[in-house]
Each structure stands twice: as structure tokens, then as C-alpha cells.
Design a protein around this ligand. Structure first.
Ligand SMILES: Nc1nc2c(ncn2[C@@H]2O[C@H](COP(=O)(O)OP(=O)(O)OP(=O)(O)O)[C@@H](O)[C@H]2O)c(=O)[nH]1
Ligand SMILES: [Mg+2]
Length: 450
């Protein structure tokens, strides 16, 4: 496949609608438009015209819009035909464009061309898909910010900081007689520290952005009978899990995908944590622990009536993953004396509720929304993907390695080499340095016509 093909696809979803749009992009557009419309419309001017078939009979009539290269979405000549939105009309128009030498566009190919023609960088191109797929206002707004280049600018800022650091180190290498002193310089250590902080900031935004897009994974854990499955059922809105008064009811991991105000959330119910169970239960607990390792948050459920001081949490804490944040859920507040439903801040934050009556559930939902960064959307959340986080994490590791080479070995060449690798990892995010295979994978996940 070459870039000089002319491609065509319906840009509006299949089905019936008031208007349907067919989009054509590529070098053949002017010639094709002249035949299909009788004449080439004026640039960027909505022109009412018949859309003609091979016998010069109108297939449909509507608005034609011609965007000459490079001032178009793809950066190529683009023609949009706004016809009546029926599946037959759309398919006939696409068929006509195929007759005239276009070929069907692959998923995401219009946006891929926009990327290849420097209309968008890769993070922005991904934001286009994120905006289309957004399930909440918050996610849409975050995608829009990324589309406008805010995330790219953050990554570029970070890349520049890394480059500056590298240049500084390379300058030292050029003067071997002073290199050692230079590398021991406090100034250099301070610069490393600044880059570290910069990484932390961007990673924090990207993590939040990924949660908005892909949803947060929350594992419900706690002692048997604390009410974990009851809580899952409450959140899911139906009886997803078996609930009984017998401790050790749940053994397998149960997964539910829910939405809170449009924000996706993956909730996992797990076997109660205790020792002395049978083989099946032990396996269930092992799985519970494995899921907690992968989670973005653990909801540790306490039976507030039986264990008002949350002793269970203190006992289990050493076995919980150290880097996954926890929320303590005091359940059964309907039968626990002097416990009012609601949230209290602190470390870990606490939510009092009753999975039985539903009291306190709004507080838990609000809390989970806040954890996903719902509130920070106003203050500038961006949308990000797992791919971005991985690249950021890799770049961060290289930078840490560079810092280690500096302090432990004072090896300027190695420091510079690690920083170069960090810079390269960062450039994968915006797509300055990306394999064709990765590009193929990214755009293949788009819808056709975008
Ligand atoms: N009063 C009261 N009872 C509750 C509440 N939540 C759960 N229960 C009861 O507690 C018992 C255990 O509930 P489950 O949801 O099965 O508890 P679990 O933590 O999933 O238990 P395991 O699967 O055995 O680990 C059941 O009899 C529930 O009806 C609550 O908020 N208030
Ligand atoms: Mg259960």
C-alpha cells in the first residue's frame, strides 16, 4: 500500500440518518470530483450538486466540499459528499468512487495520513479515537485536551529537559581532563533531580488520563463474610455474585464492568482472606492476592459490626501490595452502632456504608470517581493510553539508570547513552520514532472512515 492511493469511506456510521457523508482523500480527488459532480467545486465552499453515476444519472444530490491539499484533515486533497443518509446511497457513492479509481480506506487510514503528513502527532491521532469512544463528558474533555496537543506538549517539555541534561553531560565528556569534576558537580545532581520531578508530574497526569479512558480496576477484598459480594452486587446493580451467611462463599474471582457517571470501572470480587480453608479456598485467596497486585485500588471491606477497629486490615496489611492504594470500606453500618454512612478522608480513606440497604453507596461512588480523576478534569486532565504510560515508565527507568551511572561510576559516556535511550522512549509517544508495526496496530483499532 502506498500513500499515493486515493481512499474512500463513509464517514458517518452505517444505518439510516438524515445526512450521510462519504469522504475521499488522495491525489485523484480533483479529477474524480470533476467527473462525479460535473465540475470541481470551489475550494472549501459548500456547493450543492448532483452526485452522478457512470451514465451521468444522479445517484443523490447534496453538498460537496473540496479541501485542496495541504489544507485538509489528511493534508491531501479531500472531497466530502454530504448526501442522504441511507445505507444504499452511501454504498453506491462509495462504489462510484471505487469505479473512478479510489480504493476502500482501512480503519483509521484518514487519521493515519493526517499523522504521516504532520497534521497531528501520534498522541493527538490517538486522542481522535479516544474522543470518538469517550463514554463520559470527563473522558471526552480529556481526549479533547490531548487532541489539542496538551499531552504532546507535556511530553515534549519532558523530552527537552532530558535533552538538556544529555547535552550538559556530553559537554563534560568533550573535556576529559575536567570530566570527573564536572560529573561530581552539584549542579548536575540538581538537574537530575529536576528531571525526576518532571517525570513524576507527567506520569501522574498520564496515569489519571489512562484511568479516564480505560477505567480503573478495583479489587474488593477482606475477610470472609465482610460483605464483599454484597458490595459487588450493589455496584453492579444486580445479583452478580452469590451471597450467603456462610463464610467462604466466594472462591473464584468475579468481574463486573460498571460505569459511574459514564466513567468505566472494572470491579472484581474475590475470596475472603483467611488461613485454614480448604484447597479450593486457598487457591481462591491466591488469586485474590494476584488480582490485588494488578489493581489500581483495593477496596478493603470490614464488617463494621464485628470489627469496628478494622483489626482485619491491620493483620492483612503486610500481605497487601505496597504500591496499590487502599480504601477501607466499613460495611454493615446498618447494624453497627454509632457508624454514620459517608466518607472520611485520611490514610487510607474510609467509607462507611451498608451493602444491604444501599446507604452510603453514593459516597463510595463519589469517592471512586474522585480516585479516577473526575474532579481533576476541570483542572486539566488529559487522555492517555497504556502505551504512553509504558513509554514514560521506560524513559524514567533509563533516566534512573543514568543517575546511577553518574553517582556510582562517574561514567559520562554511559550516562549520556542512557539519556539518549530515555529520549528515544519519549519520542515514541508522539510518534517521531515509531515502528510501522506499532503504527499499524494503533490505526487498525480506529473505525473505518476516521
Ligand atoms: N446487616 C448487613 N448484612 C450484610 C451487609 N452486607 C452483607 N451482609 C450479610 O453478610 C453476609 C455475607 O455477605 P457476603 O456478601 O456473602 O460476604 P462476602 O464478604 O462476599 O463473603 P465471602 O464470599 O464468604 O468471603 C450475608 O449474610 C449478607 O447478607 C450489610 O451491609 N448489612
Ligand atoms: Mg463473597
Amino acid at each position: 500500500m502506498t500513500r499515493i492511493d486515493t481512499i474512500v469511506a463513509a464517514a458517518t456510521p452505517p444505518g439510516r440518518g438524515g445526512i450521510g457523508i462519504v469522504r475521499i482523500s488522495g491525489p485523484k480527488v480533483p479529477e474524480l470530483a470533476a467527473i462525479l459532480l460535473g465540475e470541481l467545486p470551489k475550494a472549501r465552499r459548500a456547493t450543492f450538486a448532483p452526485f452522478l453515476d457512470a451514465a451521468r444519472e444522479p445517484i443523490d444530490s447534496g453538498l460537496a466540499l473540496f479541501f485542496p491539499a495541504p489544507h485538509s484533515y489528511t493534508g491531501e486533497h479531500v472531497l466530502e459528499l454530504h448526501g442522504h443518509g441511507g445505507p444504499l446511497v452511501m454504498e453506491t457513492l462509495v462504489g462510484r468512487a471505487l469505479e473512478l479509481g479510489a480504493r476502500r480506506a482501512l480503519p483509521g487510514e484518514f487519521t493515519q495520513r493526517a499523522f504521516l503528513n504532520d497534521k497531528l502527532d501520534l498522541a493527538q491521532a490517538e486522542a481522535v479515537a479516544d474522543l470518538i469512544d469517550a463514554g463520559s463528558r470527563a473522558a471526552a474533555r480529556a481526549a479533547m485536551r490531548s487532541l489539542q496537543g496538551e499531552f504532546s506538549a507535556m511530553v515534549r517539555g519532558l523530552t527537552e529537559a532530558v535533552i538538556e541534561l544529555r547535552t550538559y553531560v556530553e559537554a563534560a565528556i568533550d573535556f576529559p581532563e575536567e570530566e570527573i569534576d564536572f560529573l561530581a558537580d552539584r549542579e548536575l545532581a540538581a538537574r537530575f533531580q529536576a528531571v525526576r520531578a518532571h517525570f513524576a508530574g507527567v506520569l501522574q497526569s498520564a496515569r489519571q488520563g489512562r484511568l479516564l479512558r480505560e477505567g480503573m480496576t478495583v479489587v474488593i477484598a477482606g475477610r470472609p463474610n465482610a460483605g464483599k459480594s454484597s458490595l459487588l452486587n450493589r455496584l453492579a446493580g444486580y445479583d452478580a455474585a452469590i451471597v450467603t451467611p456462610i463464610p467462604g462463599t466466594t472462591r473464584d474471582v468475579l468481574r463486573e464492568r460498571i460505569h459511574i457517571d459514564g466513567m468505566p470501572l472494572h470491579v472484581l470480587d474475590t475470596a475472603g482472606l483467611r488461613s485454614g480453608g480448604d484447597l479450593v479456598e486457598e487457591e481462591g485467596i491466591r488469586r485474590a492476592q494476584a488480582e490485588m497486585q494488578r489493581a489500581e485500588r483495593v477496596l478493603f471491606v470490614i464488617d463494621a459490626a464485628a470489627d469496628p477497629d478494622a483489626a482485619a486490615f491491620r493483620e492483612e496489611r503486610p500481605r497487601l501490595p505496597a504500591d496499590v492504594p487502599v480504601t477501607l470500606v466499613f460495611n454493615k453500618c446498618d447494624i453497627a452502632a454509632e457508624l454514620a454512612a459517608g466518607e472520611t478522608a485520611g490514610e487510607p480513606p474510609r467509607v462507611m456504608l451498608s451493602a444491604l440497604t444501599g446507604e452510603g453507596l453514593p459516597a463510595l461512588r463519589a469517592h471512586l470517581k474522585a480516585c479516577m480523576g473526575y474532579e481533576s478534569v476541570e483542572s486539566g486532565a488529559i487522555s492517555a493510553r497504556r502505551r504512553h504510560l509504558e513509554a514514560l515508565a521506560r524513559a524514567q527507568q533509563y533516566t534512573e539508570e543514568a543517575a546511577r551511572q553518574l553517582t556510582e561510576r562517574r561514567a559520562g559516556e554511559l550516562v549520556a547513552e542512557e539519556l539518549r535511550a530515555a529520549q528515544q522512549a519519549l519520542s515514541e509517544i508522539t510518534g517521531e520514532f515509531t515502528s510501522d508495526e506499532l503504527l499499524g496496530r494503533i490505526f487498525a483499532s480506529f473505525c473505518i472512515g476516521k
